[in-house]
Design a protein around this ligand. Sequence first.
Ligand SMILES: [Zn+2]
Length: 488
Amino acid sequence: MADLHIYNSLTRKKEPFVPLVPGRVTIYLCGLTVYDDWHLGHALQAILFDTFRRYLKSRGLAVVFVNNFTDVDDKIINRAAREGVSHGTIADRYVKSYLEDLPTLNILPADHQPRATEHIPQMIEMIGRLIDRGHAYASCGNVLFDVTTWPGYGQLSGQDPDANRAADDPALPGGSRRHPADFTLWKAAKPSEPSWESPWGPGRPGWHIECSAMAAQYLGTPFDIHGGGLDLVFPHHENERAQSEAAIGKPFARYWMHNGLLKVRGGDKMSKSLGNTLGVRRLLERYSANTLRHFVLSSHYRSPGEFDFKLLDDSAKALDRLANLVERVQAYQHRPGPAAGAAEAAAPLLEAAGRARRRFDECLADDFNTAGAMGALFELAGDANRTLQEWEKEPTSTARASALSAVGSAIGQSMELLGFFPLATEAARPTLAGPLVELLIEVRAEARKRKDFAQSDRIRKRLAELGVELKDGAEGTRYTIKAKEGEG
Ligand SMILES: [Zn+2]
């Protein structure tokens, strides 16, 4: 096994990874704000950290993984107001659909999935400690962190606090901040918003304090790895780190890992407006979980490429080629009467299988280079395909069969280690719903072209009965599939 190195955002370099407690790794990953269905941008992070956990486990490490839900936040409150329901109803709905989707994507559940609103007392306790230690102050029912009391402030993000104004609560009266970069730990209650009692009056916690409180509770401090998207480095992680270390008086996270954000053409990071077309459920109608995972792992986690549907199609094709090879290898094993043959003829392929396994491990040990690791497997598949072309013409031999079996297990086991469903199985295929709806949309468009509106209306109506809603627009017809009763 190659020595593991991880790029640490705090030191801005790749460092040897040495867990605090030998044999055990503790990870906290900032999770979803649950106000809408999750999309490919979220899935990218979930798949990445699932893969990292699997790899760490394969190295014999016990992994404790915490992934929280932010279940009180402006976006949730706004949506609840729009729908006339409580913020808890909104949060429950999206927590539930996220948890239901995880197994579909072969993502292992976290060891702890704490929700912010279930840890208010721990946050209040931490805020109280910050006030006692002189790092925070109350002001008009709010509590703010005083950045000037923490010399390490700005180290993680490289930001100069004097050049930054806190933007986490623009509604806060300007005069109540001592320093423009001071950030909110506790927000005074506003009418019609959810609130909790506190020593500073009714209110709700700021976003950053929830992760500090929950990480400390489930992992203790310091813990090994703190993960999140690059967009969280500032202010979220900078603030988490400052308030945690100031409150606890010792280091918080040892390694900070940040995944790059998926971009769409035009350079925007994946945003809410794309949630419809790139919603996880919508994508799974057209692409298999394996295809999504292949797409995600084909780039380095720190710099995912631009998103394009063509890349998903390419991933699907690449996996097909791999599945075909696995089937070809299995077929070779089942050919009648393996005859004894010279072992030397099979040696190069056997060596290639061993080389691919070593390369696979070296890549993953080098800051989780999943693209390189998969590259080693696809290279081996190419070698095996070329070799099989010759071998299939000749009588079978036991040495060749066992070399092929080594190739098959190198590929199968390695793909499984990365979190793929076994290749060429039902779970590896997409559902048919998406392509079938698209076919009906096409038939309906043709009916409309020949002014057969009775037919086109019938298709729309029947699809609506099945929970598929069609929307005609300038760019053609789009569809949404409504979740079943009770799924929200
Ligand atoms: Zn967080």
